[in-house]
Design a protein around this ligand. Structure first.
Ligand SMILES: Nc1ncnc2c1ncn2[C@@H]1O[C@H](COP(=O)(O)OP(=O)(O)OP(=O)(O)O)[C@@H](O)[C@H]1O
Ligand SMILES: [Mg+2]
Length: 238
């Protein structure tokens, strides 16, 4: 269980997070949505140890992560798949995956992990020796996810996994993320701008606005355009 409690983050004069409290369990996909600049990426980056919180705590299975460096956060079981995939296009898929395995030193362990996830995502398993730049956008997103899985997380965070993908591919990625969560027991926290994708993939949706969580519910409760429009563009909702 990931527990984020009363998190405040400031960047000089921008008070980006203003008391964010959220929990995410391992048997669910939690999706954060909200307008540009709401603080969604800041939540993930702070949990990942890239930013230091001013106040508040982040715990994974009871262990405090709040001021730990990113490598310690990974070792504690929480890994971030960054926005934009960030693969090395001239390297093979296998070489990209090996880069994610930095909690492991033994080549045999790394091979075992690659085999495990190649079996789980066979479309990628068949392309391990192909240069990453030659894969489709959807395949590259799966490679970025597997690279994150190489560090054996219990909680995997993703920043806008649907960005730049065609609608039909977005649906596939949503299905793969749900299958990953259900079959592996790895909790998923992801941030999205694409509301349709968010409602497809989520077990619970949290809406962030101006650095605060303003709504949490099942996706069904949000299949209401006027409600969503209010959170994204309006100022009051009662
Ligand atoms: N490294 C940083 N330095 C200074 N300000 C930052 C930094 N990262 C984020 N901010 C500011 O914090 C606020 C929240 O930004 P954040 O990137 O978390 O929003 P977001 O919800 O992810 O937006 P988007 O949907 O555009 O990705 C914004 O005002 C942003 O300008
Ligand atoms: Mg963002």
């Amino acid at each position: 269980m990931l527990e984020i409690n009363q998190l405040h983050v400031r960047f000089r004069h921008v008070h980006a997070l203003r008391g964010v409290t959220l929990t995410a369990a391992r048997d669910e996909v939690l999706v954060l949505i909200g307008p540009n600049g709401a603080g969604k990426s800041t939540v993930l980056n702070t949990v990942a140890g890239l930013y230091k919180p001013d106040i508040g705590s982040v715990r994974m299975d009871g262990k405090e992560l709040g001021c730990k460096p990113p490598s310690d956060v990974v070792r504690a079981g929480v890994t971030l798949v960054p926005q934009g995939r960030r693969l090395f296009g001239s390297m093979t898929v296998r070489e990209n995956l090996e880069l994610g395995a930095y909690t492991k030193n033994e080549p045999a362990d790394i091979d075992k992990k690659i085999k495990q996830w190649s079996d789980f995502f066979p479309e990628i398993g068949q392309r391990l020796n192909v240069r990453a730049s030659l894969l489709s956008g959807g395949q590259q997103q799966i490679v970025a996810i597997i690279r994150g899985l190489m560090s054996e997380p219990r909680m995997l965070m993703m920043d806008e996994p649907s960005i730049g993908l065609a609608p039909i591919i977005v649906k596939r990625i949503a299905e793969e993320i749900r299958r990953l969560n259900r079959k592996s027991g790895i909790g998923i926290v992801l941030v999205e701008q694409n509301v349709e994708f968010a409602l497809m993939v989520a077990d619970r949706v949290a809406i962030l606005s101006q650095g605060q969580v303003v709504h949490i519910s099942s996706p069904d409760a949000l299949r209401n355009p006027s409600l969503l429009a209010n959170y994204f563009f309006g100022s009051s909702i009662d």
